[in-house]
Design a protein around this ligand. Structure first.
Ligand code: C2E
Ligand code: CA
Ligand code: CA
Length: 619
């Protein structure tokens, strides 16, 4: 948790060399305790200052007058006025049969949160870390030379222990700094990482001039470029763009790579206009990347500028906005879009929705609808697909297009997908109890959800809680998100494990993305659902040729072919000619609330119901 730059005052020990001592040259306290505290402050967003550093030990009077939050560098036996709670033990050692500890005291002026966080931080560092590092470094690093004038007047043995510990602590801090630095640099581009941005942003939180900064997102559609021109070319573009960004940034700017193709920059500007010009120039230069198809189109590279106004205290929120604006700019074929414009109100609303999501799921605000599938020859209802709706307390009933894309972008989608699975299984179990054992039901999964390492396990666990014939459950996997090679291997494994349970797995929106034929090669599926766009294009000769090829290929591979978005007679006729197996679309039924769908199923499919009377459809 970040403390938004609260200033914390500490009283230091000028003579606990080398743990904490006054350095006349710099006029500050130095040593491993000040380093330890500085690191704590950096990581927790505090501004820690030693009050009135000097050669004289002023800790007792600073504590008396309650001017400080923290008394540093004290040892067992030292007592101060106005202390709060037990002192924090940094480490303890034994000398001459006497246990002595190095401590920090909190005063009653300290905010409660500081105590909690500092205790946790010290505990994490732990005695083993201080002493363990001491042992490890004992062989390599000599303890710092003791300056006789600065020797703390305790038993020499304990002083040596302290000195050795101090050396260890210095080494430990150095190692941590190095590790932190590695996490702060993206190996592929040499730019910073999200962690670097977070660190810079938390420093900025307490900077008065924070509002002079903008967060800029330069979005590269590497997925699309990779699919069209190959992964190598996409990687070259990324390196090239990182180079452009480095040229346009200087000291004090923070350029980082975030996600696969987003470049984010935290940079100070004199005016928002200047930030827009800067972003436009960067986009223009990136578009100059030597490219087979001429200049890179704006839909593949564009920028969003988010000035750090008051409401963007939260980094995730500023990033969301900058990203949304960059995407909007791409869609509008402009170089750059500024947050805070009219369009941006929509993105404020979307951010709010995204943050409402968990609560909505817990409060059961999500509901299921069911849209029927019919047999392509008889038009009988043979199954259905569950689709989610969000009954939002403030905004009313929301369709999936209002929340799915942002949930997918954010990774929260899997919680909704698994919720959908649970409800779908419960529905099937209910039908089973009613004696209906030939109605199949499908539910939707984003590809990312499907490619997660624990997906098959969680899925099998959910299915296992319900009793119904497994073959009636169909999992639809969409193509909206690209996954990498490692995820693809995981997805294959998940598909195999789920199919082994008896459930079926099909591709949704098939033919919409670029990887359809690869997918057929890579994954053993039970069926394909042809995308609505393909069905819409059936009016043209080319559209029909493509569709015929897909249906033939699918059939030859032993798959069931479904078509979605069927709206008129011509489409039905053609899909029948192509020998498509199952149809879904407004022509037959709109998505119905689950309870209403249940009633219809019971009326029309229950054994003994006359299935020829209405054909089960609204034709
Ligand atoms: P989808 O899976 O491709 O679902 C079909 C969408 O097309 C549904 O929209 C449906 O109402 C609509 N549709 C069906 N027949 C017709 C037709 O004849 N004409 C037209 N114009 N549209 C038709 P809906 O319910 O708005 O769902 C949109 C998308 O949201 C779905 O696309 C599905 O991929 C996604 N979705 C819904 N619930 C979930 C969920 O729980 N998880 C995931 N990952 N995605 C979901
Ligand atoms: Ca679907
Ligand atoms: Ca679709």
């Amino acid at each position: 948790m970040q403390a938004d730059g609260a200033i914390i005052y500490a009283a230091g020990n000028p003579a606990l060399y080398p743990l904490e001592y006054y350095d006349p040259e710099s006029g500050t306290y130095q040593g491993s305790i000040p380093e330890f505290l500085a690191q704590f402050a950096r990581e927790h967003g505090y501004d820690l200052r030693y009050l009135a550093p000097g050669p004289e030990d002023r800790r007792a009077d600073l504590a008396d007058s309650l001017q400080v939050d923290l008394i540093s560098g004290s040892l067992t036996g030292e007592a101060y006025a106005h202390t709060a709670g037990e002192p924090i033990v940094l480490f303890s050692g034994e000398s001459g049969g006497r246990e002595t500890a190095c401590l920090l005291h909190l005063t009653t002026a300290a905010p409660e949160r500081l105590g909690v966080e500092l205790r946790a931080y010290a505990a994490r560092t732990g005695q083993t870390a201080w002493v363990g590092e001491l042992l490890a470094s004992a062989g390599e690093a000599p303890a710092p030379a003791l300056s006789p004038g600065m020797l703390w007047g305790a038993a020499a043995a304990f002083t040596l222990l302290l000195a050795a510990l101090a050396a260890a602590v210095c080494g430990w801090l150095r190692a941590r700094r190095l590790a932190a630095r590695a996490e702060l640099t993206d190996p592929e581009t040499g730019l910073g990482t999200d962690a670097a941005l977070e660190q810079a942003f938390s420093r900025l939180a307490r900077d008065q001039s924070r509002r002079a900064y903008c967060l800029i997102c330069i979005r590269l559609d590497l997925d699309r470029i990779g699919r069209l021109w190959g992964q190598e070319r996409a990687a070259e573009l990324l390196t090239y763009s990182a180079g452009v960004l480095r040229e346009h940034t200087g000291d004090g700017d923070v350029p980082v790579r975030s996600g696969s193709g987003d470049l984010l920059v935290l940079k100070r500007f004199l005016a928002v206009r200047e930030a827009q010009d800067w972003a436009t120039a960067v986009v223009e230069e990136i578009r100059g990347f030597p490219f087979a198809g001429g200049e890179l189109p704006l839909r593949d590279v564009s920028a969003g500028v988010c000035p750090l106004e008051m409401e963007y205290l939260d980094l995730a929120r500023a990033v969301f906005h900058a990203r949304q604006c960059a995407m909007a700019a791409g869609r509008e074929e402009r170089e750059c879009r500024l947050c805070g414009t009219d369009r941006c109100r929509i993105c404020q609303e979307r951010w709010k929705l995204l943050t409402d999501f968990r609560k909505g799921l817990e409060r059961e605000e999500f509901q299921l609808c069911l849209q029927f599938f019919v047999d392509a020859r008889t038009f009988r209802i043979v199954g259905g697909e569950t689709l989610s709706r969000w009954k939002h307390p403030r905004l009313g009933l929301l369709g999936p297009d209002r929340y799915i894309p942002d949930l997918e972008g954010d990774g929260r989608i899997s919680a909704l997908d698994l919720f959908g699975l649970e409800r779908t299984c419960a529905f099937l179990e209910d039908l089973d109890r009613q004696g209906i054992r030939d109605f199949f039901l499908s539910c939707n999964f984003s590809r990312r959800t499907f490619a997660a390492p624990d997906f098959a396990r969680r899925c099998i666990e959910i299915i296992g809680r319900h009793s119904f014939a497994r073959k009636l459950l169909i999992l639809e996997v969409t193509e909206t998100q690209q996954i990498d090679r490692r995820e693809a291997a995981q997805m294959l494994d998940n598909i195999l494990r789920i199919r082994r349970q008896g459930a079926r797995v099909i591709f949704d929106d098939f033919g919409m993305g670029f990887s359809s034929f690869h997918d057929l090669q890579d994954y053993p599926m039970d069926g394909l659902k042809l995308d609505k766009e393909l069905v819409d294009n059936m009016g043209t000769e080319r559209g029909r040729i493509i569709l015929r090829a897909l249906v033939d290929t699918g059939h030859r591979m032993g798959m069931t072919i479904l078509a979605e978005g069927v709206e008129n007679e011509e489409q039905i006729q053609l899909l029948q000619d192509l020998r498509c197996d199952v149809l879904q679309g407004f022509r037959f039924s709109v998505p119905l609330p689950a309870e209403e769908a249940r009633k219809r199923i019971l009326e029309e499919i229950r054994p003994g119901a006359d299935r020829n009377s209405g054909g089960g459809t609204k034709r």
